[in-house]
Ligand binder design. Sequence first.
Ligand SMILES: *Cc1c(COP(=O)(O)O)cnc(C)c1O
Length: 485
Amino acid sequence: MGMLTSSSRCVEMANGYTMESSSSQSVAGLLRLIPAVDELLNRPGLRDMEKRVGHRLAVEVTRNVLRALRDNISRGTVAEISTEAVEAEILKEAEAEIGFSLQPVINATGVILHTNLGRAPIAREALEHLVEAAAGYSNLEYDLERGERGKRDVHTERLFRSLLGAEQALVVNNNAAAVLLALNTLAEGAEVIVSRGELIEIGGSFRIPDVCAKSGAVLREVGTTNRTRAGDYAAAINERTRVLLRVHPSNFRVVGFTERPALEELVDLAHRHNLLLMEDLGSGCLIDLSLKGVRGELPAGLSLQAGADVVTFSGDKLLGGPQAGILVGKREPLERIRKNPMFRALRVDKLTIAALEMTVSLYLQGRLDSIPALRMIRLSKEQIAARAGRLVEKISACPGFTATLRDGQSVIGGGSTPGQTLETSLVAVRHRQHSATRLEENFRLRKPAILGRVEQDEFLLDLRTVSENEEEKIAQAFNKLFGNQ
Ligand SMILES: *Cc1c(COP(=O)(O)O)cnc(C)c1O
């Protein structure tokens, strides 16, 4: 194998053979040199692979690789056949065939609740509880004291009661389901009043007007995009109105000439007309993070204190738990919601209940740093800079790379704090030969994938969202990438 240019390296990676410009084999000659399937499968490395994946798959993958090789020879893009490279390609393809589709990735983007990357990582304690519940039987719907059928909500309800002062709590598949279920129960065939400033789209086709329509409720818009007053709600109330809905504008901010009534004012208005006040909090921050540099949103507990009847929020946003939709509030409306047949269709399984129970319990125990998302939010720029400095040194020792520290911003994400960021210290990487885009791609296509950002031709890594264990894997990846240049 001679010296490889970077473009021929690509060819090598993609097709499992190498290219050497000095070679002068004819196409027919090369085709004759292609090893037979049986011959390949008899090589020790492939024999082991065949034991793992089975004969049928081994033969199929080998045939596919040889077919691609034959095509490339005919196209004149191959000058030499290396059996080792063909073998490596077959191994790679076979691993890909039996590998998982859902894979762990290293999130070095600095976006903590990254919806595309699975939002909140779950606390280790919650995972242990989940494994216990998953591996065997449990009292999921069985009252051990009475020896009779019980309800699956009891496990989390008592915790939300203590944590948020809720009279009752229900858990469903996600917050979108919680909103749909609540509106369907409380306002089907009737009217829901929402401010025009809160008719939001969260993404993934969750749009308040559409959810409202699907719930069977009629949406009555009031006010304007930037200003809505309590009087606007009052003027829209009629005999068909059932609910005043307040929605947290999770992923955008209206600034300037704006007005939004206090929650207490809307609660008061709703109750004077025998209506319910429902709030979709979205991220549902459970603690006051303001001390740590994030002006927190209204916590679910404060909404209940202000008198809201039903409050909904996500389990895997700021709460830092599993995917779930949590409904907390007054007993009467929540009892009606639980009796809705749709509740049965949207309920959660024992795995979610176990992980959620432990996550909320960690809050009650004050063990916030055990919850990964909260721990990441609370990391100071200095703590991150200390770790980033160590990584900069390791990367700088890799041939071809330069790395420096840069001031930057991390994002909480999950629609929790639009427009607000956390100060961080980024590792900014350049390579002598390769562009930042090329670096980004190479790290993304590794296993595990390492995901960063590209800005002004620098590949940026934010260690706020990277564990110390993963940090070591990143350093090793730099060592291996373009290793021979
Ligand atoms: C995120 C969000 C939702 C959807 O929550 P999921 O748990 O993703 O279903 C609904 N409403 C608001 C205001 C949100 O921010």
